[in-house]
Ligand binder design. Structure first.
Ligand code: FES
Length: 359
């Protein structure tokens, strides 16, 4: 008897491009970026949206790089909205002019998530490598609010700004955010390359956590604060992507269908191209999506762990990056034989180290 079909994914992350005016040293894009000439055309993305809707996907997150460098973004948003998909734009905001805001609003955008590199303008522009960017982001936030759209402000936290979490929350509140994300940097790709310079100390993490907890009490019922902590201080792994091929899928700028943003770092995989396969075929039948789906693939100690359907084995990309084995227990788990790697990385952190800017 063939295995039951997986439940449909909830959300699609459409990485329209890797082009971006910013150069953040923790960028989630791969080290090898897709060139503009290799990006999918508008027609390919329109078909992706049709197939996503037919597959049962409910939300589309337009991301990058900076998705606003794509001139066809309003066309894609309009198509998604026409398919009754919830549309979210994940943007740095530096290209969100009045005209661009009007086009997105007219196309039916539902929500915008705006990223900030810090509450301190000078440090934000140093981290993002974009002079004048902070003021443009503030103007973008005002445009989003004037348009009547819900705004999420996102702050990526690391050793070089972690002492300003209070100010970040105050800034998000003053801008009228309905949600604030305080997200510690994740250490894949560019973040892993810059890990020594970015990993906070235990004291910094504790102070950041205290600031978030105090603000959550103060702002209860007013706005939501999401808090993402670094795995390097955890005792249990996170349920990365809600489990491999469980709830989400990514499509890269060149059309590769991926279970997560870092999947292309894993050896021994062939990730199908949406130019050659249907989304339904990839989700239900591809080896890449089935390899780590569910719990049957898990080694010990995951296999007998009571929490295996909570964390789904943690992060496969982190397991590979730190142990060289994508099927290994995520070192974030205290039961992993490699758990000490995390503490060693924290000990080796050097906030004074030079940052390598995203290419
Ligand atoms: Fe790939 Fe976590 S980033 S599984």
């Amino acid at each position: 008897m063939s295995p039951p079909l997986p439940v449909p994914p909830m959300a699609l992350l459409a990485e329209l491009t890797h082009r971006c005016p910013l150069k953040c040293p923790y960028c989630s894009n791969p080290l090898e970026l897709v060139r503009a000439s290799a990006e999918m055309a508008t027609g390919d993305w329109l078909r992706v949206l049709d197939e996503a809707s037919a597959l049962g996907i409910l939300q589309v997150h337009f991301s990058g790089g900076e998705p606003m460098v794509r001139r066809d973004l309003p066309t894609l948003v309009r198509h998604a909205a026409g398919l009754q998909l919830y549309t979210n734009l994940i943007t740095s905001g530096v290209l969100l002019t009045d005209e661009a805001m009007g086009a997105l609003l007219d196309a039916g955008i539902d929500h915008i998530q705006l990223s900030f590199q810090d509450s301190d303008a000078a440090n934000a522009e140093r981290i993002g490598g974009y002079t004048g960017g902070h003021e443009k982001k503030l103007a973008a936030a005002r445009r989003i609010k004037s348009a009547g759209l819900p705004l999420t402000t996102n702050f990526v936290v690391h050793s070089q700004n972690a002492d300003r979490v209070d100010e970040m929350i105050a800034m998000g509140e003053a801008l009228g955010s309905s949600r604030i994300e305080i997200a510690h940097a994740q250490y894949y790709g560019w973040g892993l390359l810059n890990r020594a310079a970015l990993l906070p100390s235990r004291d910094q993490l504790d102070r950041a956590t205290d600031a978030v907890e105090a603000a959550r009490i103060r702002l209860k019922g007013v706005l939501t604060i999401d808090y993402v902590v670094p795995d390097y201080f955890a005792a249990r792994p996170k349920a990365c992507m809600g489990g491999w091929a469980n709830r989400f899928l990514n499509i890269s700028p060149s059309g590769k269908v991926l279970p997560c943003h870092a999947a292309e770092t894993l050896p021994g995989f062939v990730f199908p191209s949406i130019r050659e396969h249907s989304l339904a075929e990839v989700w239900t039948a591809s080896d890449a999506f089935q390899r780590f789906r569910g719990t049957a693939w898990m080694p010990e100690p995951f296999r007998s762990c009571d929490l295996r359907e909570n964390d789904w084995g943690g992060c496969r990309c982190q397991a590979f990056a730190l142990t060289g084995d994508a099927a290994a227990t995520d070192p974030a788990c205290e039961k992993s034989a490699d758990h000490a790697l995390m503490a060693r990385a924290v000990e080796a952190s050097r906030p004074e180290a030079a940052l390598i800017a995203r290419g």
